[in-house]
Ligand binder design. Structure first.
Ligand code: DC
Length: 223
């Protein structure tokens, strides 16, 4: 079958990254978490005290930033920052910085380049509509806001982060609003994506649907 690109989009907390990670291991192809890339930029802005309104400083920082993925880790400027980008604060900032034109331009360009090189499974909000519109497989993964907030809350509590369920639900609703109404590449199901509502489903079942769908069409060339 040759090189395959699998695009996975959907709202926050729908389980995209867990599903994509498992499918990538099972299919033997690289996983690219585009949300982590927006989070990495938000993290750098936070650490350097750059405001989202300071376009010149954001542009300068972007020009000096190197982002890569190795074995599922996100490497920014030579350092693995998987944990630093997964805080409540960075989630809120990433949502805001992902609406900035210069940030999207740089990251989408990088994502398009990554998806040209080899078979990939890439998750985000605009992968099937904008980054890889000609992807061989497109999935749109959703779940109700309450279900997604419940999963996120359990995840954050397990990590020892002090948040309430109500706060997580309010954030999910706010992020859904930001992601679907922003002018640039808003979250939207691609017309040719297969939608999977994961409410009440477990991760294994959803991952299997994706793997079966892809395997139906033969072997994948992984590099
Ligand atoms: O999937 P996530 O929660 O890690 O994403 C972090 C933020 O980045 C989220 O607010 C949406 C945004 N994002 C985006 O605008 N486009 C993408 N392709 C991926 C994420």
């Amino acid at each position: 079958m040759g090189i395959v690109r699998i695009a996975i989009d959907g709202p926050s907390g729908a389980g995209k990254s867990t599903i994509a990670k498992r499918a990538s291991a099972e299919l033997g192809i690289e996983y690219i978490d585009t949300g982590a890339m927006y989070r990495a930029i938000a993290y750098k802005m936070n650490v350097s005290g750059i405001a989202t309104t300071d376009e010149a400083a954001v542009e300068k920082m972007l020009a000096q930033t190197a982002i890569d993925f190795v074995d599922g880790n996100i490497i920014v400027d030579g350092r693995i920052i998987n944990d630093e980008i997964r805080t409540h604060e960075i989630s809120g900032m990433a949502s805001k910085c992902s609406a900035l034109g210069i940030v999207r331009m740089k990251l989408v360009e990088l994502q398009k380049f990554m998806a040209q090189q080899k078979s990939v499974i890439m998750d985000g909000r605009d992968i099937g509509t904008n980054v890889i519109p000609d992807a061989e497989y497109k999935f749109f993964i959703t779940a109700t806001p309450k279900e997604r907030a419940g999963r996120r809350f359990a995840e954050l509590s397990e990590k020892g982060q002090a948040v309430t369920y109500e706060r997580v639900l309010a954030d999910i609703i706010e992020r859904d609003y930001n992601d679907t109404t922003r002018k640039l590449n808003p979250l939207k199901k691609a017309h040719d994506a297969l939608e999977i509502d994961t409410t009440g489903m477990n991760i294994e079942d959803v991952t299997n649907i994706i793997i079966q769908e892809v395997k139906k069409h033969g072997n994948i060339k992984t590099i």
